[in-house]
Structures are given as C-alpha cells and as structure tokens.
Design a protein around this ligand. Structure first.
Ligand code: PLP
Length: 357
C-alpha cells in the first residue's frame, strides 16, 4: 500500500534526494569510497558545501553581507547561540508556542527578556498581533511557523529592532525578505534534509557586538571565518540538503514551493471546514499554517477520534496524530509532500463522514 507521509519532523523528503544520497553513501562521485568515509576537507567535498551555500543564497535571494552556515546542535542549540551572540542587555520575544518558550528560557540566562505578547492562554491557536516591541531591545525573536499548533507568520514583519527568526519548519516554503532579519535559523529535518544539520543565515556585521566572551564553538564568527568547516560538519545531512536545494531549484524555486503549499493547504482546510465531523483548531484564516494543518473531531463526534486515526492509518496515512499537547490530528504538508497525498487524506475524511455522519 502506498504510504502518505504526513510526519511533522523528521519528515518527508523528495524521493530523488533520498536516492542520490543513498548512492553517494555507497560511492561518492565515483571515488570508490563512501561519503561517510572521506574527509570533510577532501577536495571533492568542499564543492558540496560551496554549492549548498550558493543555492541557499540564490533561492532565498540573500543579499550581500550575509553568511550561510551549516552547524550541529539543532534549532535547540540556536536558542542559546542567538542570545549568546546578540543579547547585550534586553531582547524581545513573541511567545507563539513551545519552541518560542524554549528560546525565551535560554535567552533569560543572558539578559532581560521581554515577552511582547503570548497566545498561551488559548493553547497558542492564534498569532498575537497587537504588541509593542521595545525600541531599546537588541533584537526581536519570532518563530515563523509553530509546528505543534499549526499557526504561521507568513509575512516578514516590520520591527524597530533587528528581527531574528526560527524558521525550522517553513524555510523554503515562500520567498522571504532576508534583509529584514539579522539571523534566520532552523533544524533541517522539517523541510530540507535529514536531522543532524542546522542552517543559520546571519548578517555578518551584526556579529561581534556583545561584550561577553563567547565559547569558540558557540560564536557565529568562528563558523563565518571557517566556512562551516571549523570542525567536522555533518557531511551526510549537508549532502542531502544540497540534493533538496537542487530539487527546489529544478521545480521552480521558492515561489513555486509557495504556490504548491497554498494549493495543498487550501484543499485540506477546505475539507476540514466543509466536513461536519472535523474542526480546524486555528480559527483565524490568516494565522493558519500551510505546513502543519491541525484539526480535531467536532464535539459531537469526539468519541470517534481513535476510529478515524485507525481508518486513515489503514488507508496509508502516516503521522497524522496530533501533538500530545493539542490532540486530534496534524497533517504536515511540507514541500516534498505531493498533492496526491493531501487528496488521499481528504478522500479518507469524506469516506469516514459518509460512514458515520
Ligand atoms: C522542530 C523544531 C525545533 C527543534 O529543532 P531541533 O533541531 O530538534 O532542535 C525548533 N523550532 C521549531 C519551529 C521546530 O519545528
């Protein structure tokens, strides 16, 4: 049976990305050696990093003066590296979910943290809009896509202070104006590559302004100077990321990724809103994530939740159980998820309705 992979992360990757990476693991560039058993400083590997950086810059239209880094530690280490490198006195954070909260927790070790707004009281089912960013903050931190709750900030916000964004789960799903940010980071395992590599886009001149000593490995300057080769980078995930970047380019770039994301999201939200058995957890249309689509059973069908999960699983749906803090269902529709998978889920929902409603 065909599987439809709605996993939230690690998640679906384009088939050719997996195949090309598997080939390189067996024999890298016809060298007779595996990608896993060559030096990251081998002359054949440097072009992999160079091309991945170049494609990041091309696809996201990154202006001059920014570096693209491939690091370890996940987005979770960036929660700490960001304040280490940028927080001198005070930072502003928008609290839109668990990941935002974790980022705030780390920042508190380095200075004053102002929570400008929070949607915690409503289980993070909306993006707060009316808030004031303190003009004396060193930066304003946002999480553009809230993977667990299915909310998303789909535009580049205006701010009186530099913006820093965790884009772990929506990078490459729309064009972004990188010049509005001093730092954009994320774990690769949602929309880019297998787990193990973290991407960081950083404005060079924003680095080096804080007065504290920064441990070498946690200092962005180290990795800017070292071209992500200060120590051994995660070569296999970087190689896979390059395959994804090439795939995005071949498919038509981020504009095309956005078109597909909108199309898939409209299909699925359309069915959630139409089908009497289900309700979307994010009511505000403009806050609804295109990447993680969350829904629950309508109150009168609540007791059928486990039945629908079983029904959909038997028809090849994978990973649609909602996060334990939200319940219900979450269909993650990342770039690599084909429209046919969204249609297959919609068909399940329709069939289930015909049987029970
Ligand atoms: C998954 C996720 C993280 C955590 O990433 P790790 O690489 O596991 O540390 C952080 N932020 C967001 C928005 C995520 O989706």
């Amino acid at each position: 049976m065909k599987k439809h992979n709605f996993n939230a992360g690690p998640s679906i990757l384009p088939r050719e990305v997996i195949e090309n990476t598997a080939k390189a693991i067996l024999d890298f560039n016809g060298s007779g050696l595996s990608l896993m058993e060559i030096s990251h400083r081998a002359k054949d590997f440097q072009p992999v990093v160079d091309e991945a950086v170049a494609l990041f810059k091309e696809l996201l239209n990154i202006p001059e003066g920014y570096s693209v880094l491939f690091l370890g530690g996940g987005a979770s280490l960036e929660f700490c590296m960001v304040p280490y490198n940028f927080l001198e006195k005070k930072a502003a954070y928008l609290n839109t979910g668990v990941w935002a909260k974790k980022a705030m927790k780390e920042a508190k070790a380095f200075g004053e943290v102002v929570e400008v707004a929070s949607s915690a009281e409503a289980t993070y089912t909306y993006i707060p809009k009316d808030y004031t960013i303190p003009a004396d903050a060193d930066y304003f931190h946002i999480t553009t896509n809230n993977t667990i709750y299915g909310t998303e900030i789909k535009e580049d916000l205006d701010s009186p202070v530099p913006v820093i964004a965790d884009m772990s789960s929506d990078i490459f799903s729309r064009p972004i104006d990188v010049s509005k940010y001093i730092c954009i980071y994320g774990g690769a395992q949602k929309n880019l590559a297998p787990a193990g590599v973290t991407f960081v886009i950083v404005k060079n001149e924003a680095v080096g302004k804080v007065s504290r000593y920064i441990p070498t490995m946690l200092n962005y300057q180290t990795h800017i100077d070292g071209g992500s080769m200060f120590n051994t980078p995660p070569v296999v995930p970087i190689y896979a990321a390059l395959q994804t970047l090439r795939w995005i380019k071949e498919q038509g770039g981020v504009k095309e990724m956005e078109r597909r994301a909108i199309e898939k999201a409209e299909m699925l939200y359309g069915e959630i809103d139409r089908n009497k058995m289900f309700v979307g957890t994010v009511a505000n249309k403009e806050d609804r994530s295109r990447m993680n689509i969350c829904f629950v059973m309508a109150p009168e069908y609540k007791e059928l939740e486990a039945d629908f999960l079983k029904f959909a699983t038997e028809r090849g749906m994978v990973g649609i159980k909602g996060h334990r803090s939200v319940g219900g269902f979450r269909a993650s529709c990342y770039n690599a998820l084909p429209k046919e998978s969204v249609q297959a889920l919609i068909d399940c929902m329709k069939e289930f309705e015909a049987l029970h409603a």
